[in-house]
Design a protein around this ligand. Sequence first.
Ligand code: SME
Length: 150
Amino acid sequence: MRVDDRTLLDDLVAAIAASPNRARAAESLVEMLKTRLTHYTWVGVYWLEGDELVLGPFLGKPSPHTRIPLNRGVCGAAASQKTTIIVDDVNSDPRYLACSLETKSEIVVPIMRGATVLGEIDIDSDRSAAFGAADRTLLEAVAQALAGCR
Ligand code: SME
C-alpha cells in the first residue's frame, strides 16, 4: 500500500480509537504500519520516562537501544526538539545510533500532547531516503491520534 492512501490513515485512526488504552493502541499501529508499508523495515514506539526514551512495542530486529537518553541519537534529538526528523542517509548523520547494519534511512515523529512529549514513533528503512512528506503527514496524524488516547 502507498503511504498516501487515505484508507491506511483511516484504518490506523480507527484501530487507535478502538483500543482500550494508549499501550494497546501503540501495539496495533506498529503492527499495521509494519505489515502495510513495505519500506518500513523496523517500526517501534518509544515512551518518554523522565529524561529517557524507553522502547515499547516494535517489529523488526531486536534493537540494542532499549533506553535512549534525550541527548543521544536521532530519537533523542526529535524528542528534545519536539519535531519530526527525517534522515535520508543514517551513515552520514553523527547523531545516528545503529540498530541494524542494513538500515539506510530513518524517520522519528514525536507523540505530543500540547507541548508535552509522551514518546515517539521511530521507523527505519533498508532503502536510502525512503521517507518523504507523505510519510511525515501520515505519521504525524497517527502520533496525534495516539496522544489523544487514554
Ligand atoms: N536509530 C535510533 C536508535 C533507535 S534504533 O533505530 C531502533 C537513533 O539514532 O536514535
